[in-house]
Design a protein around this ligand. Structure first.
Ligand code: C2E
Ligand code: MG
Ligand code: MG
Length: 557
């Protein structure tokens, strides 16, 4: 049968035009696109079989999809073409003739060949677009949306004028590196995905959860779902994949923002939730924080401090204050702690206001080295002047962990001023993650090898304390001052913990010092428990260098 060329070119135009806007290989509009050509070429059925690889093709393990159907096919008369994509997928197109028609002529077969090739090219383009979209908007590991998608999606909702119905949160899974460490990364990822999928289970189409990276995520949800989301983040039980009916509890620290209707951009939303989440993770006792006016002020202050810091350190606005440590059995200074004070525009700023902010970036590391250097300069001077120098402890933030040069940098500073190592002690705080635990171990052992003593600071208020004590060769245990507090509501429990910690440390051969001693009663209590080293306002507040110097000179008398 001959084909009318005019009809054919109209049919081809129609086909090309319609295929142009088809978004997927399986879209029902393919039927419409093939309609005119299908009739001209008396096609009854056009299908495609997709195999990931030739091996899957041999195993006949693929997906089949019918693109076009018109009447009953003659199953004995078909045209088949096998195509391979650039990445090795196999696509087999099969076209069946209608029952009772003449066999396809050579000209018709050639047209079928061109038709299949054209469909294959369109499908290739769809696959490329899908891949491009996947790479742009999806997280490759979890195969959920990413931050770029969050920005695009919230932007659309803002444009539609519906953003006032929504809230957003930036959340970080709590202690997730410990989960990864214990169960392996692969199972960790499955658990993470399960936590996300359960959160999104009841979400509507407009509500989304997107991965920012690592164990950080953002979510946009309806304000009416706030309780549900907050409950989820408080912690849910997740069954361990494969195993033994065991479960882990996964929770998250989150920063929330109840988005106002006049919010202009998705960047504003992102700024608010990341600021709130930062505070929820680092500075807040609670594991959630809402962005509000007060927080806005904190963020502004935090930004001011971060901006002022580089100039302040250059201008040496930071000063070392020394707080003596006392042996109460002899009433004698046995050491001191170097504490930082910032003098800016004539006012003294206490470390509580700036250290946690500097700890959000690496700025704290520069400050710690600055403090160590000034302490070493002072000790060098005192030694030259013949003062009876005692050991000075310097605080080192946990932000240094992971810095492979840390040990060498510490030694370089101490040796630059020829300070004998026995005059320096480094105070470190407890750590929760396994990665930083490894770093901590490396540093404590390294310092010990160099004759620099190490103290574990604020002992008892963090986590993993026992492990930390057992596994590292600490010289000093600094017991947090909260253990001295009277508990009127439970007098029989008063100081029980304190007694046990002191006894335990002594058994392990670690020297104890108690921080925050403010009253003679507390001194009496410590003496009763054979703990003689203390640091506290009862003896001295942190002193300026000059006052401390005169304290030292009195020691020799
Ligand atoms: P910390 O290392 O535990 O230092 C002890 C803190 O307790 C000091 O507060 C000290 O003034 C205070 N303190 C000592 N005795 C008493 C007492 O009897 N009663 C009360 N209520 N408080 C007492 P400060 O100087 O405000 O420092 C606070 C924290 O800031 C320090 O706690 C330390 O974690 C951090 N810090 C201070 N200087 C530095 C530094 O140079 N580098 C780093 N990384 N952190 C520092
Ligand atoms: Mg300290
Ligand atoms: Mg302390």
């Amino acid at each position: 049968m001959r084909i009318n060329n005019d009809e054919y070119s109209i049919a081809i135009d129609d086909f090309l035009l319609r295929m142009e806007s088809i978004p997927s290989e399986t879209h029902p509009d393919t039927q419409l696109a093939l309609d005119k050509l299908g009739q001209l070429l008396h096609i009854a059925l056009a299908k495609l079989d997709f195999y990931d690889t030739p091996l899957e093709e041999r195993k006949n393990n693929g997906n089949s999809h019918i693109m076009y159907r018109n009447g009953d096919p003659d199953m004995s008369r078909f045209f088949q073409q096998r195509e391979m994509t650039g990445v090795g997928n196999v696509v087999i197109y099969t076209i069946y003739s209608q029952i009772g028609c003449d066999p396809w002529s050579d000209e018709e077969l050639e047209k079928l060949r061109v038709l299949v090739k054209t469909i294959f090219v369109f499908h290739g383009r769809i696959r490329t677009m899908r891949l491009a979209e996947f790479l742009t908007f999806y997280d490759k590991e979890l195969k959920i949306h990413n931050l770029t998608y969050f920005m695009k999606h919230t932007g659309q909702i803002i444009t539609q004028g519906r953003i006032g119905d929504f809230a957003a949160a930036f959340f970080n899974l709590s202690n997730f590196s410990a989960v990864n460490q214990q169960l392996g990364r692969e199972r960790g990822t499955e658990i993470m995905l399960s936590f996300i999928q359960q959160l999104a289970a009841d979400f509507t189409e407009d509500e989304i959860v997107c991965r920012v990276g690592g164990d950080n995520f953002v979510t946009l949800f309806l304000k009416s779902h706030l309780d549900y989301v907050m409950n989820h983040f408080k912690g849910i039980e997740i069954n361990l994949p494969d195993a033994t009916r065991s479960k882990v509890v996964v929770s998250a620290a989150a920063g929330y923002y109840m988005i106002p209707a006049d919010c202009k951009t998705s960047t504003d939303i992102m700024d608010c939730i990341s600021a709130a989440s930062n505070i929820a993770r680092n500075l807040s006792k609670e594991s959630f924080v809402f962005y509000d006016e007060q927080l806005k002020q904190r963020v502004t202050e935090s930004k001011i401090i971060q901006d002022l810091f580089p100039e302040a350190i250059r201008k040496q606005e930071f000063q070392v204050y020394y707080q003596p440590k006392v042996d109460i059995s002899k009433n004698r200074i046995i050491g001191s702690e170097a504490l930082c004070r910032w003098f800016h525009d004539g006012t003294m700023i206490m470390p509580g206001r700036f250290i946690p902010i500097l700890e959000q970036s690496k700025a704290i590391c520069a400050l710690d080295f600055y403090m160590l250097e000034h302490v070493c300069m002072d000790i060098q001077k005192w030694l030259k002047e013949g003062l009876p120098v005692v050991k000075v402890s310097v605080n080192l933030s946990r932000c240094h962990f992971g810095d492979m040069n840390l040990l060498q940098d510490i030694l370089d500073i101490i040796d630059k001023y020829s300070v004998p190592h026995e005059y320096i002690e480094i105070e470190l705080t407890e750590t929760t993650t396994d990665v930083s635990f490894r770093d901590l171990k490396r540093i404590v052992y390294g310092l010990q090898k160099q004759g620099i003593s190490t103290a574990i600071d604020d002992f008892g208020i963090g986590y993993s304390s026992l492990n930390l004590l057992r596994e590292l060769p600490w010289d000093i245990l600094k017991i947090d001052r909260s253990f001295l507090a009277e508990k009127p509501e439970a007098p029989e429990q008063n100081h029980v913990m304190l007694k046990h910690i002191i006894a335990m440390a002594q058994e392990m051969g670690i020297q104890c010092i108690v921080e925050g001693v403010e009253s003679p009663d507390q001194v009496k209590l410590l003496k009763e428990n054979n703990c003689y080293y203390v640091q506290g306002f009862l003896f001295d507040k942190p002193l300026t260098r000059d006052v401390y110097e005169s304290r030292l000179s009195r020691l020799s008398k």
